[in-house]
Write a protein that binds this ligand. Structure first.
Ligand code: CS2
Length: 474
């Protein structure tokens, strides 16, 4: 079987009649596509989300949306994609069946830690118009800032225009955070650079959504079977996608262009961002720790369990939705539960449980704090937090060990082990970590007593029975 490449794509385009109907190809002349977008955080999510939107814009004839995909450290995907001329096959799976799309937007790849100057020069190319980022929560630090700011400084020095800098990470106010990071780093270099960034660049907040599990060998096998092409970079996703972005672009015409490709351009992204972070990501983290402790490998395995399904429905309805402003929340909830149930995604609970110490503050704690301040109940999140504390023992209830992948893993595991079997002491020790829980919850007995109660029940009867008790009490 032949490996995916531009040459093979050309042959596929020429032999259109012989192609399976479920396969879509990039039929535009990729040689004409300039790298107008530099994407930081080349991984599965970008390839199944923003790159697909840019592919649609290219297919519509606007050749400014080619992508330079920058991997931050890992060389494997960047080099594998380079060997395939940036091409890869996306499997899109829904209840209606599977279809495949070869995406052509990525024109080049590189690795920031291996060739930083190349990245800086690319940001400073005249053709560059946008920077997009999906670098995950933990990457918003000095290394990222230094790279971006050096590129922007080179643009300023060359007398070029500014860039639209679009964070696509699951952070509250992701554009504002990116702006603060860049302006702060620029200030320490020189005040004129900071002022130039503020005046010439745009940092729209955005909400991005598409469930994209890490790519596996199975995606490669499935793609080969369906398309007859060997693709070392094949990956899979769901049919649903959403990108809501604030109407703040360096080139004001970009808003209408993105909208023509299905992006929602709004004045205020907050209602969408909050609903997604709480309802999708907040539920995901709860499902992930439940699944990890109960030994259920994927999200769809978890929501196939009636008790977990009921729990997540209640978490969204009783605790999350009253805090949110997105229109039509019951329909949004039901659509999310259907998306979680998609068996084709095989979305591993341990992938989602990674970096929980950075995710919980955004996904759970803001809701807990707001509701407690208003005197409202937070029982489902107390239960989920107790499960997370049990999860930190790094062994499921069948005795299978697992790895906790988290920048705070060592501290968290040590505290959980030290107070193993003592729910009150565990809750005291873990809620005392302000980077996760903020400053207030540790001393709030309404919170600590409920988490302790549920952790005690989990220790006494196991998560599954504690969950039955929880659900019956609601
Ligand atoms: C997930 C997200 O891994 C995780 O933490 O919650 O990657 C989620 O799948 C996406 O945000 C969906 O848009």
């Amino acid at each position: 079987m032949r490996a995916l490449s531009q040459a093979l794509l050309n042959e596929l385009i020429d032999s259109a009649d012989a192609l399976p109907a479920s396969l879509t190809l990039p039929r535009y002349d990729r040689r004409q596509a300039a790298a107008g977008v530099i994407h930081f955080g080349l991984g599965a999510f970008h390839r199944a989300h923003q790159a697909v939107v840019f592919d649609a814009l290219l297919a519509a004839g606007d050749m400014r949306w080619g992508v330079l995909g920058v991997a931050m450290r890992s060389t494997q995907l960047a080099d594998a994609l380079a060997r395939q001329d940036g091409l890869y096959t996306l499997q899109i799976a829904s209840a209606a069946g599977r279809r495949w799309q070869i995406v052509g937007a990525i024109r080049q790849t590189c690795v920031a830690s291996r060739e930083p100057q190349y990245v800086i020069d690319a940001v400073a190319m005249p053709a560059t118009r946008w920077v997009t980022l999906s670098v995950t929560e933990k990457a918003y630090g000095p290394d990222l800032a230094a790279l971006l700011v050096k590129g922007l400084a080179a643009r300023q020095a060359a007398g070029l225009g500014g860039l639209t800098m679009a964070s696509c990470d699951n952070l509250t106010g992701n554009g504002d955070k990116l702006r603060a990071l860049c302006v702060g780093a620029a200030q320490s270099i020189n005040a004129s650079l900071a002022a130039w960034i503020v005046t010439h660049c745009a940092f729209p907040n955005s909400m991005v959504d598409r469930i994209v599990p890490a790519a596996t060998g199975q995606h490669r096998l499935d793609a080969a079977q369906a398309t007859g092409v060997d693709d070392a970079c094949a990956l899979g996703t769901e049919n649903f996608w959403e990108w809501v972005i604030e109407d703040r672009f360096v080139d004001p015409a970009d808003g209408a262009l993105l909208a023509s490709a299905g992006v929602t351009v709004v004045q205020d992204v907050l209602p969408f961002e909050q609903a997604k972070l709480c309802m999708l990501n907040g539920s995901h983290t709860a499902i992930a720790v439940l699944g990890a402790v109960m030994g259920l490998p994927t999200v769809s395995d978890c929501v196939a369990n009636g008790q977990i399904h009921r729990f997540v429905h209640g978490l969204m309805t009783d605790v999350m939705m009253p805090q949110l402003r997105r229109p039509d929340l019951p329909a949004y909830r039901d659509a999310l539960l259907a998306r979680f149930a998609n068996p084709d995604l095989r979305h591993k609970v341990h992938q989602i449980a990674s970096d929980s110490s950075l995710k919980i503050p955004l996904r759970w704690v803001s809701t807990v704090t707001a509701r407690l301040a208003a005197g409202q109940q937070v029982e489902a999140l107390a239960f989920a937090s107790a499960v997370w504390m049990r999860y930190l023992l790094s062994e499921d209830e069948n005795g299978q060990p697992y790895t906790i992948s988290d920048p705070m893993a060592a501290t968290l595991q040590e505290l959980a082990q030290q107070h193993r079997g003592d729910a009150a002491a565990t809750v005291q020790a873990l809620t005392a970590l302000p980077s996760i829980w903020g400053e207030m919850l540790h001393a709030d007995i309404r919170w600590t007593s409920r988490v302790t109660f549920w952790l005690e029940r989990i220790q006494a009867v196991g998560v599954a029975l504690a969950l039955d008790e929880f659900n019956s009490a609601q």
